[in-house]
Design a protein around this ligand. Structure first.
Ligand code: ADP
Ligand code: MG
Length: 261
């Protein structure tokens, strides 16, 4: 089986003025089709930088990314059409990622209207697709004509998931997608996300600072510290028998786990 993503020696140094930050250093990994991979680490450990590079939204300082055998890094934006529809993001805060002045139907249809999307849909097909994905995330059909602020935090995250699903992606990248939600709402959104990933056979990159959430969603994970992968393996094993002290610290930082042990 060919890997869906092949990441080799990925490094990203941000330079602003005289300061340089090594956001990611020599990261290598592969992601198989249908895999659910967790990317875990504290704030600032390079998680978002890694997934942005993998999705071709940023250029590495060195190293390479291949998607489906095709190079992503260093390729001009106009040649990344094959990635744009195939790889979709769900971000942490739907309040800032959903345009408040757009109706939900237009928010969800937006990725269908990108000139880089493989197949362009007519207006009627767009409306049908919007209705389909709103239904898939458990929102009523009339949600399309309303505005994001009319919905609760959990519902807004469902809208963000519907938008990500609209162009029928192969890969979903959830970057702290449930981190801003209350615990009870979080469980519902996580279960929805997992059910959709299963049903649609999606590949999932699940980014979180919370190893407990990652364990719930992903059989395997990589642990990032200061831009480097310090440990990787089955999430269950990372949780119960961490080899790196940093992973052990992440486990110890989980409040419920500490309370129970
Ligand atoms: P995480 O997602 O794990 O919180 P990030 O990938 O966002 O971490 O950031 C990793 C490091 O790179 C941090 O030190 C952050 O401040 C820095 N960084 C990220 N993006 C930029 C940028 N556009 N310009 C300068 N520094 C950045
Ligand atoms: Mg981040």
């Amino acid at each position: 089986m060919t890997a869906l993503f092949e990441v080799h020696g990925l490094t990203r140094v941000y330079t602003t003025g005289r300061r340089s930050v090594v956001a990611l250093e020599d990261v290598s990994l592969t992601v198989e089709p249908g895999q659910r991979l967790g990317i875990v680490g504290e704030s600032g450990s390079g998680k978002s930088t890694l997934v942005r590079l993998m999705a071709g939204l940023d250029r590495p300082t060195s190293g390479t990314v291949h998607f489906g055998g095709r190079p992503v890094s260093g390729v001009p934006e106009r040649q990344l059409g094959f990635l744009r529809a195939s790889v979709q993001f769900v971000f942490q805060d739907p309040r800032s990622s959903l345009n408040p002045r757009m109706r939900v139907g237009d928010v969800v249809a937006e990725p269908l209207r990108s000139p880089l999307v493989r197949r362009e849909l007519g207006a009627l097909d767009q409306r049908r697709r919007v209705a389909e994905v709103l239904d898939a995330v458990g929102l009523p059909a009339d949600a399309a004509s309303r505005y994001p602020h009319e919905f609760s935090g959990g519902q807004r995250q469902r809208i963000a998931i519907a938008r990500a699903l609209a162009p029928s992606p192969q890969v979903l990248i959830a970057d702290e997608a449930v981190s801003a939600l209350d615990v009870s709402v979080r469980a519902h959104v996580l279960n929805l996300l997992m059910a959709l990933v299963d049903d649609l056979g999606l590949t999932l990159l699940f980014v979180s600072h919370d190893l407990a959430v990652v364990r719930h969603v992903c059989p395997d994970a990589v642990v990032l510290q200061g831009g480097r992968i310090v440990e990787r393996g089955p999430t269950q094993r990372l949780f119960t028998a961490p080899e790196h002290p940093y992973t052990a610290r992440l486990v110890a930082a989980i409040p419920t786990f500490r309370a129970r042990s």
